[in-house]
Each structure stands twice: as structure tokens, then as C-alpha cells.
Design a binder for this molecule. Sequence first.
Ligand code: TXA
Ligand code: MG
Length: 331
Amino acid sequence: MILDGRKRESMVRAVETILSGGIVGFPTETVYGLGADAFNDEAVKKIFKLKNRPLADPLILHIADHKQLYEVASEVSELALKLIGKFWPGPLTLIFKKKSKVSPLLTAGLETVAVRMPRNIIATSLIKNTGTIIAAPSANKFQSISPTTAQAVDSEFGSDLEIILDGGPCLVGLESTIISVVKEPKILRLGGLSIEEIEKVLGIKLSVERKSGDLAKGLEAPGMMEFHYAPKKPLTLIKESVLESEFTPAYFTSKAVICFSEIQEAQLLKRGATDIHVLSKSGNMQEAARNYFETLRKIDHSDLKGIICIEVPEEFLGRALNDRLRRAQHR
Ligand code: TXA
Ligand code: MG
């Protein structure tokens, strides 16, 4: 059931649900999450079951104040503190060495734990009012598209999910960036905070973990799996440069096209495309990121046969968006 997350009575119900071992859908600035009390194993198991998520895929712990970090992380480096000081609350998840009280269920047996402090006020109120740490993956079925509205969460789980707090569309629209700060900093997932911004603060170049593969072989972040964030319809990714030449109107028959700007839209119209979805008229990357998952979801529910996406510029949030697009075309 969708409840208005800004209303006191909705918050009270959500808090009661979490504290009695239930699951709550809630907004964050990145995407909606599926939250449970991180210190209640039975509740955490329900998340995996509801999502059809393999137990080998660990969860992110959501905190609302800095003291909570020290409940679960055993080592917090100077570099981590620098990132925290600059980017928390916000779309950045950090991987630390874990304390023994963190259940192996949360970390898939790893000795590390993922922690993030969201910026969304409904998320932080939920964490503060429960007085616990909330474990939460994105509120979608395993390997499908992340939800950026309460309605999208509802369409994934329906009556299987008791409460969804509605906080409107997510401001960032892409999942958090994940950085391991266990040893040398390493980006494990591109996301809602750009590498450029992080590198500026640290004054160093960061490496992006490109490993992909399957859970059984042990991944550092299963968000790196080749097949992930996928719509149900086949998706083809094309470079902007080929728009000039290679296509005839037949190519676009029964297909939706997702493009980045009004300029690309004009080129597509010339090539004969008809069902065009522009992520940001003005070519603004933040707006494009915010609209991406919802656009994909809408097309996925239509009776079109496929999706064509034009790559976005490979910089700032564009890197994270292209990363999602590449994975979405992989089947
Ligand atoms: O923006 C977000 O991060 C959203 C919102 C709800 O906070 N959450 C989210 O969670 O995207 P999820 O479960 O869909 O993705 C979490 C990713 C997974 O790829 C998981 O493998 C990785 O975080 N992860 C969790 N714990 C980890 C660990 N100890 N080491 C490496 N990766 C970890
Ligand atoms: Mg996810």
C-alpha cells in the first residue's frame, strides 16, 4: 500500500513495521529502497525472498548519523573520513571492514560492509525514528530496473509489500556510487556521484573495477554483473555518431528510441523514428539521469517490440548512465 511519506501517521506505521520485523519501501535521493532492521536476521531474510535475490549479493546499510557508522565499521581511514565529510549525506556508498556484530547475512559472508547515509528526509526520518540501522537494496525484483517512484515499487511487489512511503520521484535517479575504502580506494559501481567530483576532493585518479561475471565466482560488487538493470524488451545501444548515416525508417518500426537531447531528437526525426523519448530537452545530464529508469519502465510496459538507446556523453553522470545502458542491452 502506498502511503504519503510526509504524513506523520504514515511514518508511525512504517516505523512500527520495521521494528516488528517487517519490510518497508521508502524513497532515497538515488532510488527507492526495500528496508528492514539490519539487526533482525529474520527481517533481512524477507528482503532476499521478496526480491528473489541470491543470498550471495550483500546489502547496503543505511544510517542517519555518523555514530552509527562506528557500530558496524571496524576501520575508518583518513581518506574515508574525507569522503564522508564532503559527500554524506548523499549518493555515495562506502565499503569498510566490518565489525563482528554485523550479520553475515547482510554481507554475504564477506568481511566487509557497505554503508551509506542517504540525503532524503523521509529516509533519514525513518532511520532516526526506528533508532536502528536499515538494510536496504533497491526496491525492484533481482536484476530488473531500479524504481524511482512509489508507483514503480508498487508495480514490482503489489500486495506482497505492506507499506511503501511515497516521497515523489527520486532526485538523483541512479543508484549510489560505491567505493571500497578498505585498502586503496577503488570504484566498485558507477552511480549518482560522479568520479570527477570524487577525484577532485581526493586529488588522485581512481580506478574503476571492471570485473564482471557471476555471483558464484565471488564479485566485489554484484552490481557489476553484465546482465543487470535490464528492461524486459531487447535494448540496443548505439553511438550518437552513427545517427548521421546508417538508419532507415524501417529500423525504427515498433521500437521506442531513448535519446539525450532535443538536438538528437531532431536527428532521429529526420531518420524516420517516431516513438522518441528525450531524457532532457536541454541535454542536462542530471535531468537525464533522473528520467532514465522511469522512461525505461514506461516503454517496458508498452506493446512496442524493442528499445533503441543513444549513448550519452561519457563524462560525469553520463558514465554511470552509459554503464546502465550497456548492461541493459546484455542478455
Ligand atoms: O542508491 C543505492 O545504493 C540504493 C538505495 C536504496 O540506497 N541501494 C542499492 O542497493 O542500490 P542494491 O542492493 O540494489 O545494490 C547494492 C550493491 C550491490 O551491487 C552489492 O553487491 C553491493 O552494493 N555491495 C553490498 N555490500 C557490499 C560489500 N561488502 N562489498 C562489495 N559490494 C557490496
Ligand atoms: Mg539493485
